[in-house]
Structure formats: C-alpha cells, structure tokens
Design a binder for this molecule. Structure first.
Ligand code: G6P
Ligand code: MG
Length: 207
C-alpha cells in the first residue's frame, strides 16, 4: 500500500506547460525560427538548461555558454511574468481534492519537480502547506530521467521509494520514477507514458 505520494508539478498539479511554451516560443522567434507545440513536448520534465539545449538543436542555432545563460534568463523572466498571475483557480481538476484525501488517509506527500520556480508556484496556488516535503530544481542537480529527484523526495518523507507512488505527466519523469523504484501513475497519454504502471487522464479520476 502507498505510504507516500510524490507529485510532479507542471502538468500534474497545474498546467504551466503552456506558459513554458509561450516563453520558449518567443525566445525561438527572437532567434529567427518557429518552435512548435510538438517540439515543446520534448521539453516536459526537462530542466531549464537542457530544454534550451533541445530548443537550440531544433533551430540549428549555435551559442556559447554565456549566450546560453543569457537566453535561459530571458526565457525565465518572461515565464515568471506569466506565473506571477497564476491563481488558485488554475489548479488542475481534482488535484486539491486528491491531496486533501491523501492527507486524511495519512499518506505523506512530496513535490518532485525539476522547476526552480516550484515553491513560488505552490505559493501562488495557495497549496504549499499540503506538502510534507518539496524537492525541486533548486535541490537536485541531475535532471529526469535520472531518479535523483524521486529518491530525494522519498528520503525527505522518510520512506522507501518502493512505498511511494509517483504522479507524472512526462515520459522522462515516468522513467525517473521507475528508475527510483517507485510505482508510477502516468497522467496523460498512454502512448507517450507507456512505461507507467497505469495511466489516467488526470487526478480528478482518483477523487
Ligand atoms: C518542469 C517542466 C519543464 C521545465 C522545468 C524547469 O520539469 O516540466 O518544462 O523546463 O520544470 O523549470 P524552471 O521553472 O526551473 O525553468
Ligand atoms: Mg510535468
């Protein structure tokens, strides 16, 4: 039985993927190429600098380290403008209800996200206090599909990974959860998330 639940943030608790996409797309535009929504699928769950790497490959753009840092900073600045306007109403259907239900059942809850903006987003959504532990991009160095974030999250809850269930919308995140030894519930497409133990459309299916 599940003793701990570890949630990805973007695409599981809140749909910030659209804001990441808008910010990456405007960077691509400034660099002179189109960045499509299907290109953006490859960035889900991937850290900021690795996302930039993929974007530059898509555009065939060369950039040195200093230029890359500047680009990532510009993208993040635009992204932060969008998420500064986030409201509790944008929590995905069922997410708050499911978190509350887990708390009632005594299941420990962690966030396991690659984002350096995770704490800010939880604050904007007003749900920070529902988490027993927050492991985000400021605390881990190896990006999903490396299991580091989920190993750290289960450790922060004082639990074995095998007693934890990971909720993930990204293929890289499902892979990371499995590599950590957790059970994984995929959220989204059963085709993209085929390595998950089961796949649902959203947390609303669980409440
Ligand atoms: C999440 C998102 C990715 C994003 C990453 C880093 O994993 O799914 O699209 O690139 O976080 O986010 P950050 O807020 O640190 O740029
Ligand atoms: Mg995600």
């Amino acid at each position: 039985t599940m003793k701990g639940a570890i949630f990805d943030l973007d695409g599981v608790i809140v749909d910030t993927a659209k804001y990441h996409y808008l910010a990456w797309r405007s960077l691509a535009k400034r660099l002179g190429f189109e960045f499509t929504e299907s290109d953006n699928e490859r960035l889900k769950g991937v850290s900021r600098m690795e996302s930039l790497q993929i974007l530059l490959e898509v555009g065939g753009v060369e950039a040195n380290e200093a230029e890359r840092l500047e680009m990532a900073e510009a993208k993040n600045k635009e992204y932060v403008e969008y998420i500064s306007r986030l409201e509790p109403a944008e929590i995905l259907p069922g997410a708050r209800e499911y978190l509350l239900e887990l708390r009632n059942r005594g299941v420990k809850i962690a966030l396991g996200s690659a984002s350096k903006n995770a704490a800010f987003i939880l604050g904007r959504l007003g749900i920070a206090e529902l988490f027993d532990a927050v492991v985000d991009g400021t605390k881990v160095s190896k990006a999903k599909p490396d299991p580091e974030v989920f190993l750290a999250a289960s450790a922060a809850l004082g639990l074995n990974p095998a007693d934890c269930v990971v909720f993930e919308d990204a293929a890289a995140g499902v892979e990371a959860g499995k590599a950590a030894g957790c059970k994984v519930v995929g959220i989204g497409s059963a085709v993209i998330l085929r390595d998950a133990d089961c796949v649902i459309a959203g947390l609303h299916e669980l409440v």
